[in-house]
Design a protein around this ligand. Structure first.
Ligand code: SF4
Ligand code: SF4
Length: 350
């Protein structure tokens, strides 16, 4: 695969061409609420694309695991019909930390129970990732070792000031990049990209974690009964916003929607969140994490201990900082909790 240089003008012309193919194309642009926030949305015009964005409100996981999707349609006469979205699509502008979250989902959704809905979308996607050009106010990707990424994308773009370095990592990425007007990336261009990577690996760090991410699991091992869970959860609204904006949260609920004829309907799955009251409710009306503090603790254990045990120790927080901005009482920041536990190891009870 190749490493090329595109001028800023060539990049815009290339995106124009991608849009003109009539494939579904999503790209980062100003949020439709007209604030200074950004979102991934259908890209109709190259002028709307903002590769200089800081962070999007929702992560791009919504294209791989939509907030709501139909799994099966059923009716009394026709029986069951599986539904699966098979359309090919392109996503432009995924940052490294979100790419790493998708890489983690790829691993989890292929493990144990292969998730054909997720994997069909994933295989139909072409991902044009881009390195971070503007740090968001709450990012801590440097601490989580997610400020740069080496796999998962089809093409990686890096803004080096006088153009972009574009690296094709897959055959479909190469075929797409071949449509752009490019030149060979010079040694100076490659050095400039390396400088962007080194800067991001150091400076995307608004909430520094005071240990290695790989040490969090062991830290949590000793902290199950620490007072921090009760203290923080006192002001928790159980709103689930920290779950909904998180690129590594993938829990879902499955329910049947009957139509008015009471003969047909759909089986749907929708995003769920472990902070929501009722998440663990089972028959007969028993809830095994009814306390807010238990749910609050579970989220941090899931990110720092349970998921890492399934995916070779990788922590399931990629440091995007979205949960920090989404939490009204300002208690969702994982770093604040992990650092507090680190400071307080003498108070940690087994
Ligand atoms: S826990 Fe917060 S900072 Fe970490 S990946 Fe999720 S939303 Fe981002
Ligand atoms: S931690 Fe914050 S965002 Fe998460 S459920 Fe509680 S109040 Fe909502």
């Amino acid at each position: 695969m190749s490493v090329k240089k595109l001028s800023k003008e060539s990049l815009l012309n290339w995106v124009d061409e991608i849009i003109s193919t009539k494939k579904k194309v999503y790209g980062v642009q100003k949020h439709k609420d007209k604030t200074d926030r950004f979102e991934f949305a259908p890209l109709d015009s190259t002028a709307d694309l903002r590769l200089d964005y800081d962070v999007t409100v929702l992560p791009p996981k919504k294209y791989f695991q939509p907030p709501t999707e139909t799994l099966v349609a059923f009716d009394l006469k026709g029986g069951y019909k599986a539904a699966c979205d098979t359309e090919k699509f392109i996503v432009i502008g995924i940052h490294p930390y979100d790419m790493i979250a998708i890489n983690q989902m790829d691993e989890l959704f292929q493990k144990d129970n292969y998730d054909s809905h997720y994997m069909t979308r994933r295989n139909n996607a072409t991902i044009i990732a881009c390195d971070v050009a503007t740090a968001s106010k709450d990012i801590f990707a440097s601490s989580m070792k997610t400020a740069t990424v080496k796999k998962g994308y089809d093409i990686l773009l890096t803004d080096i000031g006088n153009g972009y370095v574009a690296e094709a990592a897959t055959k479909k990425g190469q075929l797409l990049l071949d449509k752009a007007k490019t030149e060979k990336a010079s040694d100076a261009d490659i050095k400039a990209r390396q400088a962007v990577w080194e800067n991001n690996e150091k400076n995307l760090n608004k909430h520094p974690l005071n240990c290695q991410p790989s040490e969090v699991s062991e830290l949590l091992e000793k902290a199950y009964n620490h007072p921090v869970w009760e203290e923080k959860a006192k002001t928790c609204f159980s709103c689930g916003s920290c779950n909904q904006v998180c690129p590594t949260c993938y829990c879902f609920n499955v329910h049947d929607d009957m139509n008015w004829d009471l003969k047909s309907g759909d089986r749907k799955r929708t995003w769920d969140g472990c902070l929501l009251d009722g998440f663990t409710k089972v028959a007969p009306d028993h809830e095994f994490r009814a306390k807010k503090s238990d749910r609050f603790r579970h989220r941090l254990y899931r990110k720092g201990k349970y998921v890492p045990s399934k995916i070779g120790g990788q922590i399931a927080c990629v440091g995007c900082g979205r949960c920090i901005g989404a939490c009204l009482p300002d208690i969702a920041n994982p770093v604040k909790v992990y650092n507090r536990l680190l400071e307080d190891t003498s108070a940690v009870k087994k």
